[in-house]
Write a protein that binds this ligand. Sequence first.
Ligand code: KIV
Length: 287
Amino acid sequence: MEKKARGEKTVSLTCYDYPTAVIMEEAGIDLILVGDSVGANMLGYETELEVTMDDMIHHLKAVKRGIKDACLVSDMPYASYKDVETALINARKFVDHGADMVKLEGFHENIIASLTADGIEVIAHIGLNPQASAERRAFGKKFDEAVLLIDGATRLEAAGAKMIVLEKIPQKITEIITRELSIPTIGIGSGRFCDLQILVIYDIIGFAPKKFKHIKVYGDIRKALKQAVTAYKEDCTSGGFPADEHANIIPLEEFEKVTYWMQNGVSVLGNTRPISGNNGFAKNMDN
Ligand code: KIV
């Protein structure tokens, strides 16, 4: 809110794991969302509808361990806010596990008002809402839809939403929404006028199998990972790995005691050699 008042941009990304959270903190990402996109990106699910509360909490806890300053947001998964009571119970679980805010899709003013009254900060999410619709198209290209989005965004702010995600909405409409609202707008596939941008981390590092129009790719982790795994496999099969430098070394004098014991059946300390197999060895060690 302060940055919006100063006309400054803030930056956000999705994140699902501890090491990536640490890197995002180091890079100074302002807001980190544990999105339900974890399902498709990390868990091999077909759709967002499969993501559970347990999945979300598991990943939220991992990300939380890597966070110091960033604002940490947890997505509320499908059906976790099907009514006010359920929403209150589940949102409280996320806050108890370290979320600063929760995010939920759709025009649920009553739920947002109830969570806000309970002291839980909420980010609304309109436009493309993957939990509600399988249609992966842009929303707001027609007059009726554009009006619904502008009007709906205003009502969600009035209900208490502290920020709002605008997904796949035409730039001219998100410009209006951003101007009309006093809360920050977070854009994904919605052009340059939103106060913050958010993208799915796997999309910007070239890890996701699909490419979308709204994405800019800043790295090729898939290629780097494949190269490393293939090189490791080749090294293991060719005998290049492990080399002596990767092995644990027993000091020579200790090893000489082992070989003496192997050859003579009794060590300098009086240990006798095992009779045979593991049992004999264990028995001998016990003695
Ligand atoms: O789950 C997610 O990654 C999201 C972003 C697309 C905003 O909701």
